[in-house]
Ligand binder design. Sequence first.
Ligand code: B12
Ligand code: SF4
Length: 466
Amino acid sequence: MSNNGSIPAEELFKNGNQESLEALAAKQKRKKRWLVVQPKSLTALRTDSGHISIPLNMMMVASVASTMFDVDFIDERIGDELPADLSRYDVLAITARTLNVTKAYQIGDKAVSQGVKVILGGVHPTMMPEEAKAHCTTVVYGEIESIWEELARDILNDKMKPMYKSGELKSMTKMRQANFKFAESSPNYKKYSNLVPILATKGCPVGCSFCTTPTIYGKNFRMREVDYVIEEIKYHQNRLGKEKVSFSFMDDNICFKPNFFNELMDAMTGMGVTWNANISMNFLERPGVPELASASGCDMFSIGFESLDPDTIKQVHKGSNFHAHYEEVIKNVQKQKIAIQGYFMFGFDTDKPASFQATYDFIMQNKIEFPVFAITTPFPGTPWYDEMRPRLRHTDWEKYDTYHSVYEPKILSSEELIKNFIKIQQEVYSWRSIYKRMQGKSLNWVWFVNVAMHFFSKRLRPEMFI
Ligand code: B12
Ligand code: SF4
């Protein structure tokens, strides 16, 4: 495989249509020009500040598109500026999650008015295609890889359809890596976090009602070939000129095929890298998993505890969390010097003021290294959204960022929710609590995150969450 990160078209899209696509491309008078855009959310609180992760979604879109077209890349979150005149591009490809879709629509409207073809993709347009259609020429449902041949052919023929949705998901086994030259080309590249995004699997069969993954990808779980993941790790080691690269797996939940997980861990052992990934609590109960992960360089697992109330866990269909085993599992992970990024959500109908104290106690007793808090947010397209719909205060999408209270919970008032939501963050990240949780642990980036979170939490005020 080439180590320059490019994705050879013949590798990515090997099937009967390949020749005609290339022949079509060869007939073009000039290569069409794409601008791929990652918009900045209008209400960035924590989500788009600090060290921003390199957007693998747009890197994949740019890499796939560059097999046929000339591609420029702009990430507004790091300060890249959109040109006022977009008419020199044939296609503007914009990604949007719910929190930045309002900005994505503004950019889409502007480009359409300048005669540019606009493609909107990503989680939000996938969930709300009818809404998105008003701000673009074309909506893409789900991942670009699965609809690429049809979309590319239609662009080459100047016959784009309003919507592309693949009947089936493309196999991931031979999925190549994204070309990071697109991120590197930005003058603001240094604003990206040092953690390199990488992908080994896609999908998650758990099926939590607040998550978009089951709606978009069903209960599918797809994997790349381990060799491809390893080649990608080497590509980044070459690109960055060092062995000790830190990776962040973008996988929804990396652990669903134990044999694959074991094979990947074995192959990564000895490469000198560090990594973190989302993982399920019940998988960590398997003997040997933390040991294997640690040997291959894992320094953090991100775990969705969500709520410590078993009734809430049942209500949101999170079948992967068994409260009774938490302490033992956490101890086993920490024994291997793997930190835990614990996700906790507040604002469920079952939450009471006492839920905050119970969560604080749990975090302190178990010395959770990197607690992250979110206000429950019903994202459109999820079963949770349908349930909450009659109670939503508004659909100002930029406030659907897990830091705004968008509906009134049953027991807590919004004021109580926000007051306690701020309080728990300030308490967990007070110097005293940081010291208690982090004492004796390796002085790595997780320590520095705690310091950053201390200053972040001190700035929180109730009016920021409304
Ligand atoms: C890893 C991850 C993160 C990482 C990295 C985020 C990043 N910079 O990309 C971290 C931990 C930092 C993070 C943070 C957040 N995340 Co997050 N995250 C994910 C996760 C698990 C995977 C994303 C990923 O990179 N996948 C791999 C890439 C290659 O796939 P992809 O993103 O799906 O992109 C493909 C397609 O969507 C499509 N596509 C995308 N854009 C476009 C554009 C065009 C034009 C086309 C044609 C196609 C196309 O093609 C792409 C390539 O295959 C997703 C779940 C999911 N499966 O989407 C949640 C998810 C995106 N996160 C979510 C949330 C809520 C957040 C936070 C708000 C959480 C918080 N409170 O901090 C922040 C917001 C950050 C931000 N500014 O967007 C929600 C968003 C819901 C929504 N409706 O918007 C998701 C969907 C999870 C969920 N609850 O359902 N996240
Ligand atoms: S376990 Fe995580 S990725 Fe899987 S459905 Fe639940 S929230 Fe989504």
